[in-house]
Design a protein around this ligand. Structure first.
Ligand code: PXP
Length: 400
């Protein structure tokens, strides 16, 4: 699966081109187009008008045109039989439309790519109202896969505030409040808030998650085991995403990744339920290529690579070995079209190598930040961590 992008428009920067390629690949993965390629042309109104005239005998530009390769009327000949087709988008029209709709150009381009892709797979909104409705639903699903969760290329910092709730529960009173902590984390620059609603409710309570759903401005990631009650809670609450984790009552913290080989069916079912409600699912897994393959097969949007063994390594050789496992698994996940997060045990001394892995989008960090906040204040602790993570993002995407 790959999208080849041809740019013929001055406003499409290298950065935006990268984002759009990632988005197109993610959408293709979601549609099961793993063996297919598309060419995506981002061009001007005059070129779209010319294509419109040549192939559809219509005058003037339009926003998007799709050319399936089964048709003989392609404006570029296919390189091989696995080509799905070509999509031509007028960036000039997309700019006007984004201004009219008061949305970012990037978001309009996502929609146009989704629309073009669905046409290539056989959808046609002009055939019937039912088909128009189905197509519109599928467009929304594809767009949910690529938006809201990521608005740029920086490695994101998502902060787990469970430990604030642990302190509260130790006294059984109302402070400190993890909801307040989440707001401070966001003000200090966190791009997401994570909470784990455990079956035994040892720290985070239902009330916390319900309030966070209302107050989090960035993105709420609900960590959870695949137990019936918690699944129903998540389906009702609709967080921005869920991360499925294994859960044992006796453990101090999540001990290992999900066993998605043994539990494939159960996890696939949970993903299906979440997907039906448009809730993207991340699977917390140990860094092995087999796990990545299964995660992609059962429809996960993300994997969160378990960095615990890397963090716990007691010498450099072990640490290098664990790092290589994470790096290889991250590449494998990305090649299957999965989006990649990482977390567990990351701290101010070990985070930078993980942040520098090309395909890692977001790090989920709790204990180290909340611990430091006792001495330096929460805002400072968040800023210190963000400062360690961000330089790597810039190195990566500036091409230097
Ligand atoms: N990711 C997952 C899936 C977790 O269970 C945890 C711990 O709650 C974290 C990340 C954060 O780990 P830490 O608190 O060690 O930073």
């Amino acid at each position: 699966m790959s999208a080849t992008i041809l740019v013929n428009h001055p406003l499409i920067t290298h950065r935006l081109e990268f984002t759009l390629r990632l988005a197109a690949n993610t959408m293709m993965q979601h549609l099961g187009l793993n063996d297919q390629n598309i060419n995506l042309l981002l061009t001007t109104d005059p070129e779209l008008a010319e294509l419109n005239q040549t192939f559809r005998k219509k005058s003037g530009p339009t926003n998007v045109l799709s050319f399936p390769f089964q048709s003989t009327e392609s404006f570029l000949l296919p390189d091989n039989l696995e080509e799905l087709g070509e999509i031509a988008i007028s960036v000039d029209t997309a700019i006007r439309e984004s201004q009219d709709l008061k949305i970012r150009l990037q978001d309009r381009l996502y929609w146009l790519i989704a629309h073009g892709l669905l046409h290539l797979t056989g959808y046609d909104h002009e055939r019937s109202a039912q088909e128009a409705n189905d197509m519109s639903k599928s467009e929304q699903e594809l767009i949910n896969r690529v938006t809201k969760l990521r608005s740029d290329h920086m490695t994101h910092l998502a902060i787990n505030v469970d430990h604030v709730a642990t302190i509260r529960q130790a006294r059984g009173i109302t402070e400190p409040d993890p909801v307040t902590a989440a707001a401070i984390c966001e003000l200090a620059g966190a791009e997401g808030i994570v909470v784990h609603l455990r079956e035994d409710r040892r720290h985070i309570q239902d009330r916390d998650v319900t309030l966070l759903k209302e107050t989090v401005q960035t993105k709420l990631n609900l960590e959870m085991g695949a137990a019936k009650d918690i699944i129903n809670f998540a389906l009702n609450l609709k967080p921005d995403m869920v991360t499925l984790v294994p859960e044992k009552r006796q453990e101090l913290t999540t001990e290992g990744g999900l066993d998605i080989v043994k539990q494939k069916k159960k996890i696939a079912k949970t993903i299906e339920k979440m997907t039906a409600k448009n809730i993207p699912v991340s699977l917390f897994v140990d860094p092995s290529p087999t796990h990545m393959k299964i995660a992609a097969e059962i429809g996960a949007t993300f994997v969160e690579l378990h960095t615990g063994r890397y963090a716990d390594a007691t010498d450099e050789i072990m640490m290098d070995h664990e790092f290589e496992l994470i790096n290889t698994a991250a590449e494998a996940a990305s090649s299957y079209g999965l989006r990649v997060n990482a977390g567990h045990g990351l701290n101010y001394t070990n985070v930078q190598r993980i942040a520098a892995i090309d395909v890692v989008e977001e790090l989920s960090i709790g204990h180290a930040i909340i611990s430091r906040s006792v001495f330096s204040g929460l805002e400072q602790a968040v800023r210190d961590m963000a400062a360690l993570i961000r330089p790597y993002s810039h190195l990566r995407y500036d091409g230097s």
